[in-house]
Design a protein around this ligand. Structure first.
Ligand SMILES: [Zn+2]
Length: 272
């Protein structure tokens, strides 16, 4: 966009303005272009806290610094209250939608299963959305069976597109079709790269966080998922400040998607 603007200004005003003024405008535009490119390409990390809602202490995650994204389980005792607080603090809230796992593990209330038809899937999604109407998107809780199935994911993406919601694939199976279908339905989407707290020791969480920093430096945009365990909150309170020291930006999922979009627009214009 800026490159186009630069050339159109040059074409339009080259005859009427002095070369000096045209050069000045061009330089200013180029500086702006470089700054925008750097911003769109700076290393970014999004941290999503999943599984919020069952324990009163889950609200401790609200003390984490910076743009954390909160993934809240619908129809849970504390989910709605914590989501409201997060929303009032201008944080991104997403629906942590229970989806059927291959293990057959209990889903919790309001989850999506493979025996549902489109009407039932839409109803369950709508019930969750009505409870968290300010949610900007959805990620899957479990779902190793359901995300690998075509029809339930098509129905989910259709719903998300209608409501202009984004999708984050928690990637609980390598066979997930969710992200691919999100792209087909033009639903903005991201995938989880790392889980930070599969083990609840400060050593393990610290190691995963180092991996997160290394991946962000290499791949620029990394999505991590953690959980509202007291051990995780304690560790993250100490670890999150390290991101700044490494020049990595902690962003909400919506900001990461915006940056991704600007970067691909710039790339497209560079090619043009
Ligand atoms: Zn979960």
């Amino acid at each position: 966009m800026l490159t186009n603007l630069y050339f159109s200004i040059k074409r339009r005003y080259a005859k009427t303005l002095s070369m000096h003024v045209v050069t000045k405008i061009a330089t200013a535009l180029l500086t702006l272009l470089i700054a925008t490119t750097c911003l769109a390409n700076s290393a970014q990390v999004a941290i999503i806290i999943d599984d919020i809602g069952y324990r009163k202490t889950d609200s401790d995650v609200l003390n984490l610094p910076g743009d954390i994204t909160f993934a809240v389980l619908p129809h849970t005792p504390f989910g709605q209250t914590i989501a409201n607080q997060a929303h009032l603090a201008n944080k991104d809230v997403i629906i942590h939608m229970p989806m059927e796992a291959s293990s057959g593990k209990a889903l919790g209330p309001g989850g999506l299963t493979s025996s549902m038809d489109e009407g039932e899937v839409r109803h369950a999604l709508l019930q969750a959305y009505q409870e968290l109407p300010f949610a900007i998107g959805l990620n899957n809780h479990m779902g190793s069976k359901l995300t690998a199935q075509y029809s339930p994911m098509v129905w989910t993406m259709r719903f998300l597109k209608e409501k202009q919601l984004m999708f984050i694939d928690s990637v609980t199976t390598e066979r997930s079709k969710a992200r691919q279908l999100a792209e087909r339905f033009d639903v903005p989407s991201l995938s989880r790269h790392l889980f930070l707290d599969n083990e609840l020791s400060s050593e393990y969480i610290g190691q995963q966080f180092s991996l997160l920093i290394a991946q962000a430096k290499k791949n620029r945009r990394v999505v991590a998922i953690a959980h509202p365990h007291p051990e995780t909150v304690k560790a993250l309170l100490e670890l999150i400040p390290l991101l700044k020291e490494h020049d990595i930006e902690l962003v909400s999922v919506s900001d990461m998607l915006d940056a991704k979009k600007s970067a691909s627009n710039l790339q497209q214009h560079a090619v043009e």
